[in-house]
Design a protein around this ligand. Structure first.
Ligand SMILES: C[S@@+](CC[C@H](N)C(=O)[O-])C[C@H]1O[C@@H](n2cnc3c(N)ncnc32)[C@H](O)[C@@H]1O
Length: 256
């Protein structure tokens, strides 16, 4: 999935949404971040988590955001321009440019499911963490990620096409086994499910629907069908019968 252009812009709107903030709160709770720590954010996107962590770890801390998309990083550089402890690096989570045992903590929000070789990314995550360092990964149970309110057959079609947007549909189910194999222990999972009942300007669903429609057009759906789906959701919203459900899961682990 390409996070450039409009998709990147809408993804950053998602990060700014109320539900985006809730995901960052969950990471803070899981990592128990302290002043002066060194923390790595894998797939940092527009830098929202990096910024909030750097405000917490302070000028004596070190916060590194790594992302594969130059456009996302450009937005992150702008967002974190006033924070000297922040470093933003273009790179791949499966091949990290850091020494062994560099970081006290590691976070990653909705990035692992886009990587084919998740095991390699988890091996790298373990390698760059200090022994006893904490990692917190948020991935989504995509089979339960669903818009409600559009015509059922068009809605099914859009969700079916959307499956191709990432490599792993149900990664939280696989995380404990994969983390143990990569040298983590103390694995705990916590769901942070949410429901949007309206598509206001700061709702996750408003921007996610645009991303789905654009992705579907890229996969060969007629533009008028994608627009029809968006209009049906908008009508359902006006009529008070719109809904959107997502079940992200925070998986926390300790480097053995
Ligand atoms: C859904 S966005 C999430 C961004 C951010 N974590 C947030 O919560 O707003 C996924 C991000 O992962 C990045 N990404 C995908 N594959 C990657 C890889 N192999 N290495 C590093 N970043 C990657 C994308 O460029 C994108 O910015």
């Amino acid at each position: 999935m390409d996070f450039g252009g409009d998709t990147g812009l809408w993804q950053r709107k998602i990060a700014e949404s109320l539900e985006g903030s809730a995901r960052r709160m969950a990471i803070f709770e899981a990592l128990a971040i302290e002043t002066g720590q060194s923390i790595l954010d894998l797939g940092c996107g527009g830098g929202h988590l990096v910024r909030e962590i750097a405000l917490a770890t302070g000028d004596n801390g070190r916060v590194v955001g790594l992302d594969a998309s130059a456009e996302q990083l450009k937005a992150a550089v702008e967002l974190c321009a006033d924070l000297p402890a922040v470093e933003l690096i273009e790179g791949d989570a499966t091949d990290l440019p850091f020494e062994d045992g560099t970081f006290d903590g590691l976070a990653s929000i909705q990035m692992l499911e886009y990587i084919t070789e998740v095991n390699r990314a988890l091996d790298e995550a373990r390698r760059v963490l200090k022994r006893g360092g904490k990692a917190a990964f948020i991935s989504v149970l995509w089979e339960h990620w669903r818009f409600h309110g559009a015509d059922p057959s068009l809605n099914d079609r859009m969700h079916h096409i959307w499956r191709a947007h990432c490599s792993h549909q149900m990664l939280p189910l696989e995380m404990p086994r994969k983390l143990l194999a990569s040298g983590f222990n103390g694995i705990v999972r916590k769901p942070i499910a949410f429901f949007n009942g309206t598509m206001h300007e700061n709702a996750f669903a408003r921007w996610a629907a645009k991303i789905v429609a654009a992705f579907a057009v890229g996969k060969g759906v007629e533009e008028e069908d994608a627009l029809l789906w968006l209009n049906q959701l908008s009508t359902a919203n006006k009529e008070g019968r719109f809904g959107f459900v997502s079940v992200p899961v925070v998986t926390t682990a300790i480097a053995d």
